[in-house]
Design a binder for this molecule. Structure first.
Ligand SMILES: [Zn+2]
Length: 259
């Protein structure tokens, strides 16, 4: 619930950001997009230097409405990244971070949203569990998928590489792992990642505008699904044998053979 609380830029500005935030969330949650399972995933948008909007816990992206948006303070969320907290304390801290005490509890993944929204060029964050991408993130091919690009548009849209983060349970520990990975990636490559892939979990797209957050996860799975047509092809073996050499990236010609 976001009807109360002081926001620089005024109420109209808050409502404008809220509309964009809700549109992005519903688009990501549309079943036909196959980006979330059972309405899971979560989203956020920066309001100003002090506060941001994040999906409330237990709500579904597809039907998200204004009363299911938590409006929270950065200064209450960010310190959680450096603390080891019990589940009970995390719940208390999330509730205490609300601008409006009558609002719903923010998502358990609010910590990484808060940290990402403080990074340069990030106004919107979309975290999804795309079916096609998760098939790869639950396999040994995850590093291959994160580190390789197949054609120029992919580099433009997704950056030269994606940040790959090992599985950590959702919560402040995942937030800390994403922060550490982001900082290392930025140091090594001189640029920030546009996509974060979390092994055995899902992906995060960040951007200045809301459309990047739903465009990237919608587009990325096509790289996998388009593997039966000529052109760039990712051949990923998802069999359980760890020594299997079936994963391969290359170009498929018109005869259907891998080059
Ligand atoms: Zn998640």
């Amino acid at each position: 619930m976001i009807r109360e609380g002081r926001v620089s830029g005024g109420y109209d500005q808050l409502m404008k950001i809220t509309r964009k935030f809700l549109n992005m969330s519903r688009e990501l949650g549309r079943p036909g997009n196959r980006l979330v399972i059972l309405g899971e995933g979560n989203t956020s948008a920066g309001v100003n230097d002090e506060t941001f909007l994040v999906k409330a816990s237990g709500t579904q992206l597809e039907h998200l409405n204004e009363d299911q948006v938590a409006h929270v303070r950065f200064d209450k969320i960010l310190p959680m990244l450096d603390e080891s907290l019990s589940d009970e304390v995390i719940e208390e801290r999330l509730l205490a971070a609300r601008v409006n005490e009558k609002g719903l509890k923010p998502s358990v993944e609010t910590t990484f949203h808060g940290w990402l929204l403080r990074q340069e060029g990030v106004n919107f964050v979309g975290h999804t569990h795309p079916v096609e991408v998760n098939k790869i993130l639950c396999s040994d091919a995850a590093p291959l998928f994160a580190e390789n690009r197949l054609f120029p548009d992919e580099i433009v849209c997704c950056g030269p590489k994606s940040l790959l983060v090992d599985y950590v349970d959702p919560g402040s520990q995942l937030g800390a792992a994403i922060r550490a990975g982001w900082q290392e990636f930025t140091r090594d490559h001189g640029i920030a990642p546009k996509i974060i892939l979390i092994r055995n979990h899902g992906m995060i797209a960040v951007g200045l505008r809301r459309n990047r957050c739903w465009c990237l996860p919608s587009w990325l799975p096509r790289r996998r699904r388009s593997s039966t047509v000529p052109g760039p092809r990712v051949r990923l073996c998802l069999c359980p044998r760890r020594r299997c050499s079936g994963s391969k990236i290359g170009w498929m010609n018109t005869t259907g053979r891998n080059n």
